[in-house]
Design a protein. Sequence first.
Length: 318
Amino acid sequence: MSGSLSEDTIQRKRPVHSHPEEHLVPASGDSSGRSFRMPPRLNSRIRLSDLPVRPTRRRVICGCMINHELAALDWRIHELEAVVDDFVVVESVRTHSGNPRELLRLELDPHFAYFEGRLHVTVIDDPPEGPDAWIRERSQREAIWTRGVSAMSNDDDDLVIISDVDEVPFPEVVDRLAYACFDTPLCVRPHWFNFDWDTYLGPWPHASIRFYPAGLLRRLCDAGLSAEIGSCSVPGSEVKGLMGWHASWFGPDEILLDKLASYAHAQDDKDRLAAAEGAAGIHQRRISGFDMYGERKKLSRRPRLPVHANRIAGGPLV
């Protein structure tokens, strides 16, 4: 799509809701963070329907990191545009594995002109040095809040979603949580797909899509605990059921090989082996009927697919 829309048009396409003048879920403690306490370690699972409903809708801001997964970002934004107010994307001048990286310059990409005014890009030009890829990965995820969302959110009542670019919650779940009362993180477990929408593997092993009240993240940073955001270690409750999609290892061979060389797992033995096999190896893995590493066989059943599933390069839909 080329060109851009006027700000009036973009505003009309945002989710329709009003902001309360007073927070309906007030933050506990003072704004300095001195009285902040980490939420208790919870192993609980809750039903979405059990969450109390509030009279007004929160503003919703959705954040992720990106390397070169433009199709995944395009899918993510289109899938959630009706229920998310603003999207934050964080990219870095280095990959997690430490290689120099050319910036995408999404603000100049005509494919994303449709979301002008709602798509906000943050660039990390000073990533951590050293050999530890996980330090860079966690630092970039932390920056979704510290350098991205926090700069545009001044309301503790805002709802912040943080997940990988290829992890997308069901839109109706986002909308329900925008109207829900909760003050500790909630985590959502997605359905797991590899390579294409036909290779369904069941539940993703982690409840990896996280929903935070903005006030909690702000107080966490005030208390000097922002690294907990990057390590996904802020305790929370899991919402029962599978309520999203994880489109893992989607895209053409060059994107998958780029990921193998770039992400924090790049030095793991199984990733080094996959990278060494090159495009021919990727092709064999695609047609094997298993996940990327030959550990999980695809299932015969398949859950509902995203409305905009064809926007991510995962092969033909059947």
